[in-house]
Structures are given as structure tokens and as C-alpha cells.
Write a protein that binds this ligand. Sequence first.
Ligand code: SF4
Ligand code: SF4
Length: 376
Amino acid sequence: MPETPLPLDLGELEGRRFVCADPCKLCCLCQPECLPREVDFFRQHYPDHLVLKNVPHRHYTLSLRKGQGACSFLHDGRCQVYEHRPHFCRQFPFHVHLGTRVQVELDLSCRGVWLDRGEDAVVHGLRLVRGNEAVIRRTLEEARSVYRQFDSNCREAGLDVDVARTRDQVLSRLDDMTDLRFIAALLESSVEDEGLDIPQLMARPELDSGTMEDLSRSALEMVTDSLAANELFQAPVYCPPDGSWNLFRVAGNRVERHLMDEEGDVRRIEERSLSEIALRQPEGRDRRLLRDYLRVLNGRDSLMGYAFYLLDDYDYEDPWPNVYGGVLSTSVLDLLWRCSLIASFFPGAKEGEWMREGVIFYDMDRLDAPTLGAFV
Ligand code: SF4
Ligand code: SF4
């Protein structure tokens, strides 16, 4: 009997192209997980390059230089096992998320998706899904059972979680979402007990100094969560057009910039006071880019899954729109703060460039966040 077609969404890929933009090699900093057949190959030919990990599940990855740098197969910017590189490396920057359907996301931290060159991303995404259909079908079933449990928990708690309606409500306010006055109101309402009404929410009348202080504090709380890594190599990496690997870490009231090389050696380059990195309202092309990015985020099942994960974490006690509104408002603040961070350390960006660089810095971390469902 023919199998039922996969419920597939490639909407994020429409209108995009992808080509690998040498020489960034940002993806070679992501320790690739190996499939069983890949483990067999590396065990046979390169046993010293395999590492067994037990979290979040038992799996093998390729080793990193000095346990912290780039993949041990990267030499002078070239992959030494290119023909045998793991599945993860082949599919990057595409990620397949499985929740109640199959959705292919594009990692916007990869510079190759900003060049408008190369292969049509929809064609690439479709090939990726077709080539991995068996594992996708298997994992989709597992993800659906997690979602069935989630739906049942929501019903028991009396929560009405309608994804399509929530997304439509956000889309109707997309322009407002790029306005810090609206983000301030969204953030404030999201922490109240009363259910948030996104379509009716009024922006703050103005951005007075108290509002800006509140926003900056919230942004800092968000980013210091990720930038206050104890282990430097766990700090977020920003790869500017020159292909260098910049690690940022918040230490006390300062932000440090470190450079990492292919050997896994790290040296501190400079630092700034946190007070020098001020949130600012995006305008013109930067603002339009933010709007486009928010449209992408709002359509991502993994972001929705992150909000579900938080709802579960809060024991289904918070109103659903407040949780999703909180996720969106803090995402905007995190992104805007990173834009300011980059503008501070890499001045001279033209209009439109600082938002693009902020998204490049932010998106890989965004996709790393916990989610209900799974990436394959
Ligand atoms: S991050 Fe993108 S552009 Fe950079 S090396 Fe990887 S695939 Fe190529
Ligand atoms: S196997 Fe090759 S492509 Fe994959 S991370 Fe290592 S060096 Fe990069």
C-alpha cells in the first residue's frame, strides 16, 4: 500500500537560494553527530576522531581540536574527509524539524543564504526530505506522541492553544513588533496574570528613559544567559565577512571579544563596558529586515515548540498568549542587543547591514533552543 504523503512545510525556503560562502566554516564549529553507518566508517578509518557522548542521548560525534575548536578534520579551511563528511555537514544550513508535521528551516547564521546565489532552497529542502524519508517518518511518529501528550495537558489545564490563530494575530501586528514601544508593552503584558490580547495591545506612547532601562535590563537578562558561559568555547560565535571566529562573553559588567583559530586556541582581543552597548530602535532597511525575520520566526514550528516547552516548564499555569508574547518580545530584545554589540565591536555598517549581521549572530543560537518536537 502506498504511504500517505508527508505533511510538509517548505514555506521558509521560498524565494531563497543557497551557496556555501567560503571561507567562513562556521558550520565546522558545530560538532557533527554521526549516523550509525557514519560511525562505522570513522571507526574503521579514523577511530581517534570519534567521540562518544551521553547527553542529551548516547551518540557519536567527530572530535574537536583541543576539545573546543573546530572539527578535527578541518585543515587550512578545507575538510579532509569531504567525500565522507557526516550527514549533518551535508545538510547544513538546512534543518528538518518534526512536530506535528515536517518543516525545513534555514539557518540564517550561514552567510551562504544571504547571497541570493546557488541552488533554489526549496529544491534543496525537498531533496533533503526525500533522501531521509524513513528516519523522518519514524521520528515524526515519536514527535506526534509528544504533541498528543502536550495537547492533553493543555486541555486538562483549560488552556486554549490555537497555533494558526496565534500566528495570524502576530502577523496582524508584525509592523508593531519592530517598534520598541510595542515590544515594551508586549513584554510588560506577558508577565501579568491576565491573558494578553495581542490584536488589541496598545504600544507605549513613548520611549522614556524608564522604559528604555526596563528594556535594556530584559535584553541583558536574555543575552547574559547565553553570553555568560563559564567555558569560553560555549560562548556564542559571530563570524563576520572576513571569516574570523569571534566569541563574546559577558564577565561582570564587561563584554569580552575573543578570537579563536582553527587549532582551538583562543585569545582575548578587546572588551567594552556593558553600558556602551545601547539598544536602539531599528529604522529603514534594518527595520524591514527585522520584520522579515520576525515573519520567519513566527512561522517556525521550532519556535512554537520552544514556547510549548516553556508552557510545560511553567506547569501549564500561564496564559498561552502571554508565553508566546514573552518569547517573541525577548527574542526581539536579544536580537537588537546583539545588533548593538556587533555595531560596537565592528563599526561602520551601512543601513540594513547591522540587522543582517545581528540575525547572522543570533539565528544559530535561536535554533539551538529547546523545543517540543525534534530536529533530524
Ligand atoms: S556556514 Fe554556510 S557559508 Fe559558512 S562554510 Fe558553512 S555552509 Fe558554507
Ligand atoms: S567533517 Fe568536514 S565538513 Fe564536517 S565539520 Fe568536520 S571539517 Fe567540517
